[in-house]
Design a protein around this ligand. Structure first.
Ligand code: RUB
Length: 310
């Protein structure tokens, strides 16, 4: 087997942090992946256009595969790779660096704009004096809850702790720091509190062509419980969460994580399964909250196509 050339240390570190969930949430993964490539571009002090472009391509491919269930990272890095291809005939290293740096800045700026637009739409969806339930840590969901809080609309938030890695603690911390009244509950308690809840808001890792949502394991359970209690269930998702390959019948691959995260030393005869995500069918989702407004699961593929496949 031929050994792959080494990656720049910043890219190695970013991949390591993504795999270990130090960098978590689809949006942060995509953003940090882009930023690490930008740093490589900025720090390149060689004089070979070929060397620079192959280094960036390899880094992008490896980052894309750092976690399997991340279409936003795949989509944004693919766009960057398309830019790399257009620069292949460009002999000037400085011009390539400027073009890639500019292209990454542009992606990061667009991400920020859509994030803000989505937070505004989402804050309008939240009713006055709302009791909200959320799950895991989604920077998108927390952004819109914080925006609604600034408008004085949030009474309290139930934050499910989210086994096995407790990303719900990040959510609770972040919301408490913003002054939101937040209560942490164990995942199994969601149905005990659901009848008090006005609205459930979760994030999204991927949305498939049939409108289904892929998000942290346990999201589907929460959606089923919400339906039982007639509580609207929203997913806050930038359109880039849409898996454009799913229209061709490809199913998003669910990441399987190390069993030790669940039980470090299980007794003999016990095996541990640790899927990172699950799939919530479209019928449980009231609507996606996107930068283009509220989009029902059925309409999402078309809205994505209209926005990004010019
Ligand atoms: C995080 C998770 C989040 C989505 C959306 O899982 O499921 O809901 O990634 O996050 P993990 P965001 O902790 O395993 O990455 O809204 O920040 O993109």
């Amino acid at each position: 087997m031929v050994a792959e050339p080494p990656l720049p240390p910043i890219v190695e570190k970013t991949i390591h942090d993504i795999k270990n969930i130090k960098i978590q949430g689809a949006r942060n993964v995509a953003k940090e992946a882009l930023k690490s490539i930008q740093e490589v571009v900025k720090e390149y002090d060689g004089n070979s256009a070929d060397e620079l472009l192959s280094m960036i391509s390899l880094a992008a491919f490896r980052l894309m595969n750092s976690r399997p269930t991340e279409p936003m990272t795949r989509e944004l890095l693919s766009k960057l790779l398309q830019r790399v291809v257009t620069l292949a005939q460009q002999p000037s290293v400085e011009k390539i660096k400027k073009a890639l740096d500019g292209s990454i800045d542009e992606h990061l700026k667009k991400m920020e704009e859509s994030f803000n637009a989505l937070a505004e739409v989402g804050s309008n969806v939240i009713p006055n004096n709302a009791i909200i339930m959320t799950y895991c840590h989604s920077s998108t969901a927390t952004a819109l809850i914080k925006r609604a809080h600034e408008k004085g609309k949030v009474k309290e938030v139930f934050s499910c702790e989210t086994r096995p890695l407790y990303q719900g603690h990040i959510t609770a911390n972040e919301l408490a720091e913003a002054g939101v009244n937040v209560k942490t509950i164990v995942d199994g308690a969601s149905s005990s509190f659901m009848e008090d809840v006005d609205i459930v808001i979760v994030g999204a890792d991927a949305i498939q062509a049939d409108g289904s949502l892929i998000n942290k394991i346990g999201t589907r359970t929460l959606a089923i419980v919400a339906k039982e209690y007639n509580v609207p269930f929203y997913s806050a998702a930038e359109l880039f969460k849409y898996d454009a390959q799913s229209i061709f019948g490809f199913q998003e691959r669910i990441e399987q994580r190390p069993p030790e995260e669940v039980w470090n030393k299980p007794p003999k005869g016990v095996s541990v399964l640790n899927p990172a995500f699950d799939m919530t069918p479209a019928k449980y989702i009231t609507s996606y909250i996107t930068e283009a407004g509220l989009v029902t699961p059925q309409r999402l593929p078309q809205v994505f196509e209209d926005a990004y496949r010019v």
